[in-house]
Design a protein around this ligand. Structure first.
Ligand code: URA
Length: 253
């Protein structure tokens, strides 16, 4: 199944009551080879009119943030929503509407196989990361779910209402670009010196993000040691090349 075929099926969807009030199904938009999937809550008035996601004021803000980290729906991301049809008066989708609609998103996910999913706002983050997810507490953190990284951040419409949160939200986008180093709780940071006087250190972190090279990260950790450990790494270059995961990397940097 490809995205176009799925879209054709989705355009005729009548799985919930929202089909009666919609103008258009908003299936999704973006690059078919996208490795980052952005997920919003549901279409608003402009999206319902045009049949495209995030084309209103909040969409313009999202596009600006994407541009700042060299991503765009034309080039390298895909944008979709939890529900594909506009809830009347922009109310939150009802649980039964989300439940009926989410299989479409699941199929989009399976076709795209993104490496990173960014959830825009609480509704998407609670559906995709966990029911207890709180944007104010956990935005910008990566969660590794069976090899796909999930992150939640502020919904752009919420940022238009509360612009004081824009710096934090923008920082989440720069984390996406620059990487995040996360200490692994179960790894010990052993250091030892061998007979030749060379210092060894076991690595205890995982690197998530788009632009850091493993060697840069290791240099930041200090460059006079040998390192052993595990790095999961995602770079912009890798995004174009494919997944890189380095286990037991060792040697001088
Ligand atoms: N808000 C969303 O959650 N999705 C859209 O597509 C537009 C606005």
């Amino acid at each position: 199944m490809d995205l176009q075929t799925l879209q054709q099926e989705c355009l005729a969807c009548q799985r919930c009551g929202l089909c009666q009030t919609r103008t258009n199904v908003v299936f999704g938009q973006g690059a078919p080879n996208a490795e980052v999937l952005f997920v919003g809550e549901g279409p608003g008035a402009s999206e319902d009119e045009q049949g495209l996601p995030f084309v209103g004021r909040s969409g313009q803000l999202l596009d600006h943030y994407l541009e700042a980290i060299d991503l765009s729906r034309e080039k390298n991301v895909y944008i979709a929503n939890i529900v594909k049809c506009r809830p009347p008066q922009n109310r939150d989708p009802l649980p039964e509407e989300s439940k009926a609609c989410i299989p479409w998103l699941r199929q989009q996910f399976q076709i795209l196989q993104p490496r990173i999913v960014v959830c825009l706002g609480r509704i998407a983050a609670q559906q995709m990361i966990g029911p207890e997810f709180l944007i104010t507490r956990e935005h910008g953190k990566f969660f590794d779910k069976q090899g796909t990284l999930f992150m939640g951040t502020y919904h752009p419409a919420a940022l238009l209402r509360q612009p004081q949160n824009k710096p934090e939200a923008f920082a989440d986008f720069t984390v996406l670009r620059d990487g995040q180093t996360v200490e692994l709780p179960d790894v010990q940071f052993d250091t030892w010196t061998d007979e030749a006087g060379q210092v060894h250190m076991s690595l205890g972190f995982t690197v998530y993000g788009l632009a850091k090279t493993p060697r840069n990260v290791l240099r930041e950790a200090g460059n006079s040691m040998l390192y052993y450990g595990r790095i999961i790494f995602t770079s912009l270059a890798d995004l174009l090349r494919g997944r890189e995961s380095i286990n037991n990397l060792s040697g001088p940097v």
